[in-house]
Design a protein around this ligand. Structure first.
Ligand SMILES: *[C@@H]1O[C@H](CO)[C@@H](O)[C@H](O)[C@H]1NC(C)=O
Ligand SMILES: *[C@@H]1O[C@H](CO)[C@@H](O)[C@H](O)[C@H]1NC(C)=O
Ligand SMILES: *[C@@H]1O[C@H](CO)[C@@H](O)[C@H](O)[C@H]1NC(C)=O
Ligand SMILES: *[C@@H]1O[C@H](CO)[C@@H](O)[C@H](O)[C@H]1NC(C)=O
Ligand SMILES: *[C@@H]1O[C@H](CO)[C@@H](O)[C@H](O)[C@H]1NC(C)=O
Ligand SMILES: *[C@@H]1O[C@H](CO)[C@@H](O)[C@H](O)[C@H]1NC(C)=O
Ligand SMILES: *[C@@H]1O[C@H](CO)[C@@H](O)[C@H](O)[C@H]1NC(C)=O
Ligand SMILES: *[C@@H]1O[C@H](CO)[C@@H](O)[C@H](O)[C@H]1NC(C)=O
Ligand SMILES: *[C@@H]1O[C@H](CO)[C@@H](O)[C@H](O)[C@H]1NC(C)=O
Length: 277
């Protein structure tokens, strides 16, 4: 519970920060914001016109259906205004295609991770505590994932774009690991996070040592570093894979690190750093 509320406040903090950036930023960002808004509005309009979907989502609640349809009607008007701007429409065609490509690459990576995990019987046994029902479920999901993956990887246009997306993800991850290591190496910050709990402190330090190993491998790769420098400053939205095991361990370690006592950004750095391992 505590951790959930922490995560929620972190999300709020980041979205507030993101909004702040948007206000100050250039036309491109507001343009891409408008394109995203249009995607959302279109989805709403589409939903409102699909009775099968509406019934399923609202569980046949007529009041809810009417609410959605009223919102969709407003959305439709807004869309018409936006769509009449041809400058915006041509910008959105490019932005939306890029966003879709990025999403499909992320989906490819996630499916690849899952298929790799499902093929590792040790990892599956650990994650399921050897529960045969759960193992069977994972295998059937993995079979579906493989089929989906085949479709994605057979698209050569998509596949030629994905290495750059992966590179961006990894550069972003490197920066997160660096921030995490910096916190773990700063006793003042570490004290604030661990609050004198030496077990917790040792746990963070152990994770930070792993993070440092990854970081060293990344920074000693000149090709990798050059690629990161080249894309530096570019906005990346992709998140790297976070395993649920690490999520749980980070959650339990940080569950009593109250958001008031310590800077949210420091907690965010630690949580993200620990997730990344
Ligand atoms: C309506 O939604 C259903 C369920 O998601 C989908 O299978 C169907 O293709 C949709 N119909 C239209 C006309 O988009
Ligand atoms: C239908 O949705 C409305 C609005 O969200 C809600 O107040 C009402 O209780 C729902 N009715 C049923 C039967 O679930
Ligand atoms: C059309 O969209 C562009 C890009 O978002 C914007 O700069 C311009 O002001 C818009 N034009 C009108 C008439 O709203
Ligand atoms: C392949 O991927 C590209 C980029 O995401 C997309 O524009 C195109 O429609 C896809 N082609 C097929 C056949 O799915
Ligand atoms: C399988 O998973 C285990 C435990 O997570 C890991 O130590 C091992 O390296 C993995 N094996 C392969 C081939 O990836
Ligand atoms: C195995 O997992 C299934 C499905 O999650 C669950 O219903 C069942 O109780 C579990 N069995 C054991 C022995 O834990
Ligand atoms: C360690 O963190 C504290 C508190 O945030 C900060 O004031 C200090 O400058 C940091 N020390 C180093 C060496 O970065
Ligand atoms: C170095 O980084 C490049 C680009 O990310 C990668 O293709 C290559 O495999 C890396 N080399 C090593 C030794 O990890
Ligand atoms: C110290 O942290 C560990 C690991 O996060 C936790 O299991 C333990 O309950 C904590 N001890 C106290 C006294 O809070």
């Amino acid at each position: 519970m505590h951790f959930q509320s922490l995560v929620v406040s972190l999300l709020l903090a980041t979205s507030v920060a993101a909004k702040g950036n948007e206000i100050e930023s250039t036309k491109t960002v507001s343009e891409s914001g408008q394109c995203k808004e249009m995607v959302k509005l279109n989805k709403l309009v589409e939903l409102a016109s699909n009775t099968t979907k509406l019934d399923a989502i609202t569980k046949n609640n007529a009041t809810k259906i009417a609410e959605i349809q009223a919102k969709a009607s407003t959305a439709s008007t807004t869309l018409k205004t936006l769509e009449s701007n041809s400058t915006l429409m041509s910008a959105c065609a490019v932005i939306d295609a890029q966003a879709a490509e990025n999403d499909q690459c992320q989906e490819t990576f996630a499916l690849q991770r899952f298929v790799r995990f499902a093929a590792n019987s040790t990892a599956v046994a650990t994650a399921t505590k050897n529960n045969a029902t759960k193992i069977a479920k994972i295998q059937s999901e993995a079979s579906k994932a493989s089929t989906k993956l085949q479709t994605l990887t057979s698209n050569s246009t998509l596949q030629s774009a994905c290495p750059a997306v992966m590179q961006k993800d990894e550069c972003k991850m490197m920066n997160k690991l660096q921030k995490f290591v910096d916190v773990a190496n700063n006793q003042t910050k570490l004290d604030m996070v661990a609050k004198g709990n030496t077990t917790k402190e040792a746990g963070i330090k152990a994770k930070a040592a792993k993070a440092q190993t990854k970081l060293t491998a990344m920074t000693s790769n000149a090709t990798f570093m050059a690629a990161c420098t080249a894309i530096e400053g570019e906005k990346t939205t992709a998140e790297n894979g976070i395993s649920s095991t690490n999520l749980k361990s980070a959650a339990s370690m940080l569950k009593d690190a109250g958001a008031g006592a310590i800077g949210l950004s420091t907690i965010l750095v630690v949580v993200v750093g620990m997730f990344a391992l």
